[in-house]
Design a protein around this ligand. Sequence first.
Ligand code: MLT
Length: 271
Amino acid sequence: MTHLRFRPDFAVNYTDLGAGHPTVVLLHGFPFTSGLWRPQLTALSRQHRVIAPDFRGFGESSLPDGRYALADLADDIAGLLDALSIGGAVLAGLSMGGYVAFEIFRRHRDVVRALILADTRPDPDTPEGRENRLRTAELAHSDGSAAVAEQLLPKLLSPWTRAQERDVERELRDMMESVAPPALEAALMAMADRADSRPLLHRIDVPTLVIVGADDQLTSPDEVRAWSQRIPGARLRVIDRAGHVSNLEQPAAFNEAVLEFLAGPGREGGG
Ligand code: MLT
């Protein structure tokens, strides 16, 4: 784990493993940390340089004062790549990490060599979704991170994971409870205000792999199939026995899909 200090009150923590091309940047979902990518850090770093940052306020990254937008998270990642002299990378984002990947594509197109978009969506929040976010932010404020974890967990995992992989549920719960309420509130507000990335889809001109758990309740396979078809040439992989956290629920299938994609034509260069 290493820190990059942007300002006196703000440092981004990241893990940097492996050496091969292309570099892969793993962008975690909400309300997790870079620890979400534990199985990918091990498997992908055998062949690739892998960078897994913690977003503002999550894991070991600090939370600067005041509100931020998802565009700021995109700028943090572009700043990190610049500081590490990485001219281009494959961005892999799960859910909120996918929202940030879209934002990086919009703001820093030059650093994006390919996209892996898992269990995510390009749409902004509906009015109802926004209301739910505000209620969750209130819950974080009044009852703390454990209450938020309790509310979210039933929606995150496939029936198979819940029955067979109790360790995954425990690992996720621990991760969620480790995040301080102000970080949850700030991220919820940033997601509630996120831009509509649907107009971006047909302009995505880098190789793109879209992944979704077959039992994802939050971003359903039907929904994901529909938007992924609007990205020219995008491939879709549906992972059985996985819900919204497909990378942790079915790491072998997830890693296989990612490694196969990374080995594809045109993905060998870029820093
Ligand atoms: C996530 O996993 O990052 C969340 O489901 C994103 C969201 O709340 O929209």
